[in-house]
Design a protein around this ligand. Structure first.
Ligand SMILES: [Zn+2]
Length: 286
């Protein structure tokens, strides 16, 4: 059985909506032990402008160019189960010998501009990390085996832009440790199924607001993001896992200070957005 057989089932078990439209891999062995993250440098806001190029390749680089494409609408496309041209020259890194990462790494391309012009929303960040955790689960590897292209080839690559990889690995590890969400606990779907004018809807929103008032700031941000995006299928469980990851990063060692600073800033921004979003959603005070 090849390493990525059944990956779509694993992704779905983790709550990730997955379409399968795979192409054959490049010639040669593919024995993945790691996961490598990239950004596509595609213009926002279309969900998946890179869908074609990651399958077909570009001049001088035959496809496939990754295994999993992460779309801006919080879905993924499974692109190939074979060897893909995504890593190029670089390394060595952990057990991956120099210039051989295409053999040993699952390539994940994330649709993103790759500049500060496109903010990483908390919802998108959590989704990307959940996808990485699901792939680790499928390969039965720890989150410490997730690396960035910019770590593999620091002289020529910056992707994924803006990611502090120490914090990212911590958070992916926490998501992985907590396991896939229970399928019957999708609070957002429950909310969306209700009539917004019903008493049940108002009670549910008020319950969430009350819970938020008693939680650390990062969780407030993710709850706010959840309610701002009606298509967002993430659960409060996942949001709480992500918030726990942030708390872990913020309490890390001195060596993690930079990561913690980035996380604290993102949490503060997200908390402000959450308060604004909840204010819009709550029933007016009589
Ligand atoms: Zn890359």
């Amino acid at each position: 059985m090849a390493a990525l057989d059944g990956l779509e089932a694993t992704l779905r078990r983790w709550g990730v909506t997955t379409t399968v439209d795979t192409v054959a891999g490049r010639p040669g062995d593919f024995t993945p032990s790691h996961v490598m993250l990239h950004h596509t440098a595609s213009p926002a806001p279309k969900p998946a402008p890179s869908a074609r190029v990651v399958r077909d390749g570009r001049p001088g680089i035959p496809g496939p160019l990754c295994h999993v494409l992460v779309r801006r609408d919080l879905k993924v496309e499974l692109v190939s189960r074979g060897k893909a041209n995504h890593a190029g020259l670089g390394g060595p890194w952990q057990t991956i010998p120099k210039d051989t990462a295409n053999r040993y790494a699952v390539g994940v391309e994330i649709e993103h501009e790759g500049t500060s012009d496109e903010p990483w929303t908390p919802a998108y960040m959590t989704f990307c990390r959940t996808v990485a955790a699901a792939i680790c689960d499928h390969l039965n590897i720890p989150a410490t085996r997730v690396l960035a292209h910019k770590e593999w080839a620091p002289a020529r690559k910056i992707d994924p832009y803006g990611w502090a990889m120490g914090a990212a690995r911590n958070q992916i590890g926490i998501i992985l440790g907590a396991g896939p969400r229970p399928p019957d606990r999708d609070l957002l779907e429950e909310v969306m199924a209700l009539d917004p004018n019903s008493a049940d809807y108002k009670r549910l929103v008020a319950d969430v607001a009350a819970a938020v008032a008693n939680t650390p700031q990062p969780l407030m941000g993710y709850v706010g993001a959840l309610y701002k995006d009606a298509d967002n299928k993430m659960t409060l469980t996942q949001l709480a896992q992500h918030a726990a990851g942030q708390a872990y990063a913020a309490n890390g060692t001195a060596g993690k200070a930079l990561d913690a600073a980035v996380q604290a800033r993102q949490a503060a921004d997200a908390a402000v957005a959450a308060v604004a979003a909840l204010r819009d959603l709550l029933p007016p005070v009589a």
